[in-house]
Write a protein that binds this ligand. Structure first.
Ligand SMILES: [Zn+2]
Length: 312
């Protein structure tokens, strides 16, 4: 995929961007972005045009609609009146030729219907550039980029000013944890290993905190996870008590609470304590997985630490 993009850039005079797995620049007077769709053997050609009459735009749209039938290398092609996106299957060494052939025919159709490159957002035909937004190449005009930049810094500012309400958040995390407890008990009763619920439990607590306490900051994350850890232990005990209760209620006159109180007695039995410990270990392990992925996503999204810069 990488070699194909590099060759395509050399052949067409466009710029190859290894970091973003993209090729961009002007080709035959049109500003293009060609990228490798992440984790897939597919290229995407993207550009924005306007300028023709509504009938001409319709004609381009019809051409796009038939493109995947007329060209077997095309996986899908869409033109919404301004934005064009063509997905091209990669077929190794022939990819570059296929891409060039598609580019040439698509652009000649656009030209014949008086279409001109334009800004994705406002339709301006001048001052176009290619920018990296969050690590992805996007084409737009200088004015729209400035607006995007100031929107981002305003969003960053309001996020910074947003207070986290610890009391509300704690209540939210506790409410969220109840969903996790209920799920744990249900899955346990059904006879499955409830470990995956550990993941759900951590997510429920963090979502609950966010809903009732505003921003999920570091303190909120710690509180949510402490609640999740404690409630998972509680859920395991409730499950165990239910099992004891169901086992003995026929022969002895006991309540659920008697069963709950008798747990320490049962834990003296090796096989019981071993299975409880393995349930908990699995639950806590998956809880850890949920926390790590959530912390990473929070860092990347909530803090809006997105790259934003001009590439060409
Ligand atoms: Zn614009």
């Amino acid at each position: 995929m990488r070699a194909s993009l590099k060759t395509l850039a050399q052949d067409t005079g466009m710029t190859y961007d290894q970091k973003r797995m993209s090729v961009f620049g002007y080709y035959q007077g049109y500003q293009m972005i060609i990228r490798n769709v992440q984790n897939r053997r597919v290229f995407e050609i993207r550009f924005h045009v306007n300028g023709g009459t509504p009938e001409q735009a319709k004609a381009v749209q019809d051409y796009f609609a038939g493109l995947s039938q007329s060209n077997p290398a095309v996986k899908s092609a869409v033109f919404d009146g301004v934005g064009a996106s063509i997905q091209v299957k990669s077929n190794g060494k022939n990819s570059v030729e296929a891409l060039k052939e598609i580019l040439n025919s698509v652009l000649s159709v656009c030209r014949s219907y008086s279409m001109v490159s334009c800004c994705k957002y406002c339709g301006a035909q001048t001052n176009l550039g290619v920018y990296s937004l969050g690590g992805e190449c996007t084409s737009m005009c200088g004015g729209c980029f400035e607006k995007a930049q100031s929107d981002l810094s305003a969003a960053r500012q309001s996020l910074k000013e947003q207070k986290s309400n610890i009391a509300g958040g704690t209540v939210g995390a506790l409410l969220g944890s109840l969903i996790g407890v209920a799920l744990w008990v249900i899955v346990y009763q059904l006879g499955y290993i409830a470990g995956i619920v550990g993941f759900v439990m951590a997510v429920c607590c963090m979502k609950g905190y966010e809903k009732f306490g505003g921003k999920l900051n570091a303190a909120g994350m710690v509180i949510s996870l402490l609640i999740a850890v404690a409630m998972l232990y509680f859920a395991e005990n409730v499950s165990l008590a239910l099992e004891i209760y169901n086992e003995f209620k026929m022969d002895y006159d006991i309540t659920f609470f008697d069963a709950f109180r008798s747990i320490p007695e049962f834990m003296k039995d090796d096989s019981v304590s071993r299975s409880v410990l393995s349930d908990l270990a699995m639950g806590y392990l998956l809880m850890l997985v949920a926390s790590v992925s959530s912390i990473r996503a929070t860092y990347q999204n909530a803090n809006l630490k997105h790259e934003m810069k001009k590439l060409s």
